[in-house]
Ligand binder design. Structure first.
Ligand code: PD2
Ligand code: ZN
Length: 283
């Protein structure tokens, strides 16, 4: 890097290109055309843009930006070949970042998770950011349980699959959470990140940092109701057995438009497995 310093002019030029809506690849190509080595140019861009985002956040009293998982979708494929399974890409949205996957779990895997979880269900609690503990919450009328990471061979297989799908370290994932909603049960709209303004949040973040993305996998198909809803995008994702909805949030702030909820189940029951991933290792 020493023979190709990032001058203030270059820094400003990169920021101006991004502000004008130039995609990162175009900025990178222009740098390569003017003689920059690819790895040095990419590092310079990342460094400058990250600095600019942090500066913007500080100037506007916003939480700092985090790097989030981004499932690799080069060339917008319909099918993703993971090491142990082919997965369909059914829909995606940029803002909020939402991707719907088809066939992420087999029917047998869904059934087995339900069998393993059923005996261990209790009324769902949510993390209480005021204290860092957990509490029963009227906004969440489901029952649930957590597997620890790698607890069963099935959990370990799914964790490895999700890490490959999200291109994010397995060690940054929380254990799988299983939820069962009976008729009328719902999960009112909420954010999955921890609210930085709450006094219990620093204690929660000490283990793995912020949550940066969620993957909600549907383990059955309720006959009616139970969609996962994103009110800011007016989007409803149908709960279909084996499918999953991914969403990420690059800072703990409503500007991510990641508000989401589980609509009431109208008929039958709904089972999901949720994977939350953190910025860092969740040990
Ligand atoms: O079950 C759902 O659709 C749902 C909705 C909102 C699950 C979660 N949030 C979650 O597990 O965080
Ligand atoms: Zn949620």
């Amino acid at each position: 890097m020493s023979d190709q310093p990032i001058t203030p002019e270059l820094r400003q030029w990169i920021v101006d290109q991004a502000a004008a809506g130039q995609p990162p690849e175009a900025v990178l190509q222009a740098m390569l055309a003017s003689g920059w080595h690819e790895d040095v140019a990419a590092a310079a861009m990342e460094n400058v843009l990250r600095g600019a985002l942090d500066e913007h956040a500080r100037a506007n009293g916003l939480p700092l930006f985090c790097i989030v998982p981004e499932p690799l979708l080069p060339g917008t494929p319909q099918l993703l070949q993971l090491p142990d399974r082919e997965v369909r890409v059914l829909a995606s949205l940029r803002n909020p970042r939402v991707i719907v996957f088809g066939g992420l779990l087999s029917d047998a895997e869904c059934d087995e998770l339900i069998v393993q979880a059923r005996q261990r269900l209790s009324r769902s609690e949510t993390v209480q950011t005021a204290t860092g503990g957990s509490e029963v919450n009227e906004a969440r009328t489901s029952e649930g349980m957590f597997f620890s990471r790698g607890e069963t061979p099935l959990c370990a297989r799914l964790e490895a699959r999700f890490a490959a799908l999200l291109d994010w370290p397995l060690e940054n994932g929380e254990g799988l959470q299983i939820l069962r909603y009976g008729p009328g049960a719902e999960y009112k709209p909420h954010y999955d990140y921890f609210d930085p303004a709450q006094p219990g949040t620093p204690a929660i973040l000490a283990r793995g940092g912020q949550r940066v993305a969620s993957l909600v996998c549907y383990l059955n198909t309720p006959p009616r109701g139970g969609a996962t809803v994103f009110p800011d995008a007016q989007l409803e994702v149908a709960p279909i057995k084996g499918n999953a909805v991914f969403f990420s949030y690059d800072r703990p702030h409503p500007m991510t438009r990641s508000l989401h909820g589980g609509a009431p189940v109208i008929e039958g029951e709904k089972w999901v497995a949720t994977k939350w991933v953190r910025e860092g290792r969740f040990d």
